[in-house]
Structure formats: C-alpha cells, structure tokens
Design a protein around this ligand. Structure first.
Ligand SMILES: [Mg+2]
Length: 272
C-alpha cells in the first residue's frame, strides 16, 4: 500500500487534527528559537551568604542560649547592629576582624570583654563555619534557580564575602551533584573587600566581562548593590528579611525581590 492510499484510510477529522498539531508544534519551535535569539544572556555575579545559602539559621542554631538570648536574636544583633551598622559604616577596612566584632557585640550586650566571652563566641562561630561547608543549607528555591539560570544560557560566577569562596562553591557542587559556577571569586581571591567598587572592577577584569552585560545579585545593599552600581553593573536585591528600601539613588537596586525565583523571571523577561 502506498502513502496516498494509507492517508486515504485515515478519517478526514483525524488528519485535520494531526495537521493542526504539527502546525502548532512548528509555530512554538519557531517562537522558542526566535526568543532565544533575541533574549539577552546575562553574566551574573551571585552572592552566597543570605542569597543562595541560609547562613543566618546555621549561626542562630550555634549561638542559641548564649548570654541568655535566643540564637536568632543574638545573630541578628551581631549581623545588623554590629556588623552592618557599626563595622560597615565606621570600620569598613576591618570587615573581617572578628575580635573587633566581639568587642562591639559584648559592649552592646553590656557583657564583659574577656577571654571567656570571646572564646565562647569564637568556638560558636568556628562550629557554624564548619557546618556551612560540611552541611550547607541552601534556600529552598536556590537549586532550581541555579539549574534554570544555566539552562537559560546565563553565565554564573559565585562571588562571596569573607573567606572560603572556593570551599563554598565546592560545598554547593557536592550537595547538588552539579557544578553551576563557571567561575568563583571572593575577597581573598580579588584582594579587595566586597563593599569596595574596586572589588567589582577587578572581578570584571578577571572574568573579561563588561559591566553593562553583568548583574550583581545579593542580599546586602552595601556589598552587593552599591559598589556594583558604581562600576555600571545592573543589580538585583534579594530582600529576604523585608528590610526597608533605601532612598539614596546610588544604593537603590534596579530590581528588588524576596526570592531568587522572581529574580530569574525578571532577568529572562526584562532588559532593565
Ligand atoms: Mg550576603
């Protein structure tokens, strides 16, 4: 039996349906090709602590009960009242100086600054840092975000504050079973602190990326948004704690979101 006699045996209604399905498939294929041709691919610098990784809850669990405070409360005082409001603003060059942080924290709590108190804090922080690398706790939407970012054709570089950038990237790769990061940068690799525009300038140089094609995504205005804007990058603020938006234009992100899922939707749809 030839093809034309085979076709004649298929009822007209079914043939019409099959043809319309083929046309629809062809149209959606063309649409997909066209959208991928015209969609902008971004270079993305993404922060670790508080953005991909729930660092706060790990510290809170290790600090729980210290100085009679709940872990969440004590870590919040450390992070917001001491680290961000005092150290970032008055001692930016001493961003990683833990002894300064202990001194300011104990003063804030009305506790004595002595070796017992500082040793206790040092042990808790050491345990938290170890736990972050051994049992990382990613935010629930982070794995799907990383997968969708890479599949959409964007380029990802993990860009962390503090120390252990490579170890943090390795920890994520180990738990997810996939390496999503084409590059990893951090303060110890670049040689500048993340609140300095020079950090971002140097990152662009190292990656051979252009500022206008690059987006900085992070949870902290002073380290992820402001200095990236200074060098001409686009910025997405992942405001998980519903912090108050700042009014100064140089500290205002191009986009604010409470999670990474809508950050990716924004990148895929918008051209800023
Ligand atoms: Mg962060």
């Amino acid at each position: 039996m030839n093809n034309s006699s085979e076709r004649a045996q298929i009822p007209l209604k079914v043939r019409t349906l099959l043809i319309s399905i083929q046309i629809r498939r062809a149209k959606s294929g063309i649409k997909e090709i066209a959208s991928s041709m015209f969609k902008k691919m971004w270079n993305i610098l993404i922060d670790f602590d508080g953005t991909l990784h729930d660092t706060e809850s790990i510290y809170a669990s290790k600090l729980d009960g210290l100085f009679g405070l709940a872990g969440e409360e004590l870590y919040h005082i450390f992070l917001v009242d001491i680290h961000r409001k005092v150290v970032h603003e008055q001692y930016p060059q001493r961003h990683n100086d833990l002894d300064l942080h202990w001194r300011l924290l104990l003063q804030h709590l009305g506790e004595h600054y002595d070796s017992d108190a500082t040793n206790l804090l040092a042990v808790c922080f050491k345990e938290a840092n170890k736990s972050i690398l051994e049992n990382p706790k990613l935010f629930h939407e982070a794995p799907l975000f990383l997968d969708r970012v890479v599949k959409a054709g964007h380029r990802l570089c993990l860009s962390t504050g503090g120390q252990n950038s490579l170890e943090k990237a390795e920890a994520i790769t180990r738990v997810l079973g996939t390496n999503y990061f084409g590059n990893v940068l951090g303060e110890e690799i670049i040689g500048y602190l993340k609140h300095e525009p020079s950090y971002y300038e140097e990152a662009l140089k190292k990656l051979s990326w252009k500022a206008e094609n690059t987006v900085s995504i992070g949870d902290t205005i002073i380290t992820d948004i402001y200095p990236a804007k200074v060098v001409g990058m686009k910025t997405i603020w992942v405001n998980r704690r519903d912090e108050k938006i700042l009014t100064e234009p140089e500290r205002t992100p191009d986009y604010e979101t409470s999670n990474l899922t809508s950050a990716l939707d924004f990148l895929n749809k918008k051209q800023f």
